[in-house]
Each structure stands twice: as C-alpha cells, then as structure tokens.
Design a protein around this ligand. Sequence first.
Ligand code: NAD
Ligand code: AHE
Ligand code: ZN
Length: 368
Amino acid sequence: MKTQAAVAWKSGAPLSIETVDLEGPRAGEVLVEIKATGICHTDWYTLSGADPEGIFPAILGHEGAGIVVDVGPGVATLKKGDHVIPLYTPECRQCKFCLSRKTNLCQQIRATQGRGLMPDATSRFSIRGKPVFHYMGTSTFARHTVVPEIALAKIREDAPFDKVCYIGCGVTTGIGAVIFTAKVEAGANVAVFGLGGIGLNVIQGAKMVGADKIIGIDINPARQEMARKFGMTHFINPKEVDNVVDAVVQLTGGGADYSFECIGNTQVMRQALECTHKGWGQSIIIGVAEAGAEISTRPFQLVTGRQWKGSAFGGARGRTDVPRIVDWYMDGKININDLITHTLPLEKINDGFELMKRGESIRAVVVY
Ligand code: NAD
Ligand code: AHE
Ligand code: ZN
C-alpha cells in the first residue's frame, strides 16, 4: 500500500513529507494506522546524528497510538479494529530477560530493531524501490506502520489517541521511573533535573506516591509554573545558585532520597548523584547522552552508600503496564492534557521539533 510519512533522509536535515510504499504485515506482525504521535527529545537526538544507532533514511517516531488495520499469519493476541500503543520496549514474555522478572528490557527483537529492521531483518518501508529504515521498531511518523505483535499494547477503545499516544514514551518513562525503577516511598524527598516532557512526569509520579519535598531543577525559568501545577514544591535555576548540589542538600537536610536526571547531560548526571543522601540516596539516569559520552564521580560517593541506576521506558513492561496507565489517565489519576502544549498536522512536524528545541513546548503531538 501507499502511505504518507515524514522521512529523515539524513542527519541534521528537516524531515520531508513523502508518499511511501508499505508492505503488508508478515508472520507475527501487525499493520497499524497511527492516529497521533508525540515528538520526544530522543527523536531529535537521533535526527541530530548523535545516536550510534541512527541510520538513514528512516521514519522516526516512537510515541504513537492507533488502530489495527491488518494482522500477519500467526498473530493471536490482536485483531483488526483493536486500539493499540506501539512499544519500543516490547514484552515477549518468553525471553530470558522477560522471564527473569528483574527487567523490562525484553531482548527478543532488540538486535534487528537497533538496525532499523523488522525481526526477519528486512524493512517494510520503501521509496522508489529503495528501503527506508524503521526506527525503534515503531516508526510512528507515518500514517501507517508495521509493528511486531509483541511490541503492541492493546488499550481501551474510549481513550483519546491524541492524548494517550504520550503514554507510548514520556508519561510511562517519567511515572514509571518513580514507581517501577526507584520505587519511591511516601514521605521521600525527590530532586528532578530537567523539567521537560519526561521530568514533569517524574514530578507527577512523585506526587502520586506521596513524596514530601519535590525539587525541580531547570535552566528554563518558564518551566517553573507548569512544574508547580504537577506537584513541584521547590524550584532551583542552576544559573541562579553557586552550587546546585549544595542547594539540594540544604533544602533536604542532607540530600535527596531519590534524584532523576531527565536531560542527557553527563555533568548534570554527576550533580544528580552527588545531591543524594549519604548512605541510601539513589540517582536514576533517564536522559540519553550522546555517543561516546561517559559519566564520572568519586568512587567514595558509592562507597558511602549512594547508588546510580538507569531506567528505560520507566521500567514498565509495556503490554502489561501500558493499558493500566491508560486506565489511570481515563480515571483522572494522571494529567496528560496540560502537558500536550501543541498539536500539529503531519505537514508541520518540523515546527514541532523547533518548538521543542526552543523550549516552548512540553509535548507537541502530531494528529493525523
Ligand atoms: P525536553 O527537551 O522536553 O526537556 C529537557 C529539559 O531539560 C528542558 O526543560 C531543558 O530546559 C532542561 N535542561 C537542559 N539543560 C539543562 C541543564 N544543564 N540543567 C538543568 N536543566 C536543563 O526533553 P524530554 O523529552 O523531557 O527528554 C529528556 C531526556 O530523556 C532526553 O535525553 C531524552 O532522550 C531522554 N529520554 C529517555 C527515555 C528513557 O527511556 N530512558 C525516554 C524518553 C526520553
Ligand atoms: N540508541 C541509543 C540509546 C537510546 C536509548 O537509550 N533509548 C532508550 C529509550 S529513549 C526513548 O525516548 C531505551 O529504551 N534504551 C534501551 C534500549 O534497549 O535501547 C544509543 O546510544 O545507542
Ligand atoms: Zn521518547
């Protein structure tokens, strides 16, 4: 079939709206009509050329929601008409990683996904006979996409696509990092570095679990108002204090119980670790740093009880947890609407990237 997509022909260039050929779903695959997709900082990271897994030409996008149009042979858990959220972290429930119960990082299709291909090592997208690569197994910047069955969460049909698409990455990453990765307890003090599309969801998660002080740190003062609305109790602008680590330690009487780095800056990752409490502080890295970047601290920081952890997709098991998070939204337990600051047609997708780079949007969502 023919469909329309925003194609990334090369790094650093704007996306180009193209008519694309899309082959139907093969065994274990599903054809999905994407109804809406968010634009995440990670899409920009890959488009910028900093991602070692960034290959071009590709169809980016990993924060979508849509409807099943067709299923390939052997697909048992989904049918035409089902509403779904594509998962860049699948959940096969059979691989060593899924069976361990210790991680959400299903590895069933990770190798081909990282090479921009479907599990049989081919692409379904092409233009004028030349293959175009998939991205994160999802490629939601296309009106139609093919996704492996194990990488689709079935969701309720009354959930609005233009809001719950954000659960495909940002909402789940932020809230999940609090409840699944860190397991923040009521009364804990939390510091959140970076108050964008991810950090504000960390704040929302911290408030949900009953954290005490929720300290937000951002160089963009305009982020303060929205963060307070989501539960932030104290704000630090790093440009206005001598030392961010000292500022957090003073506010918390010794250090945060949990901190979250939601930027992708290795200097800030160090600050986030070192502002946590001696003996038990945990710092969770969420931000994606550029290829080759390394983190450092004095080993004494770890010897004296601080812990560094990372979180991908909030530690969530997509097919199990994403439908629950959709329910939380539908039941009014979490706020997504206020974080979606802009909606755009596909033709204006590059404007969405510009809004993000200028710090003017929290989430821009493309509605097809
Ligand atoms: P965003 O652009 O919406 O937000 C980033 C925020 O960080 C902005 O508010 C910006 O002002 C602030 N900031 C930048 N430099 C800063 C500094 N030095 N000190 C304090 N604040 C600073 O981005 P986002 O969509 O929220 O994504 C944040 C990071 O998380 C990115 O690196 C993204 O790739 C990553 N990410 C990771 C996962 C995961 O599963 N681990 C999932 C989604 C996104
Ligand atoms: N491709 C990059 C790594 C990018 C990365 O860390 N991705 C996160 C999701 S970001 C979503 O916005 C992730 O889930 N990582 C786990 C994984 O298996 O990719 C690189 O550096 O190669
Ligand atoms: Zn993302």
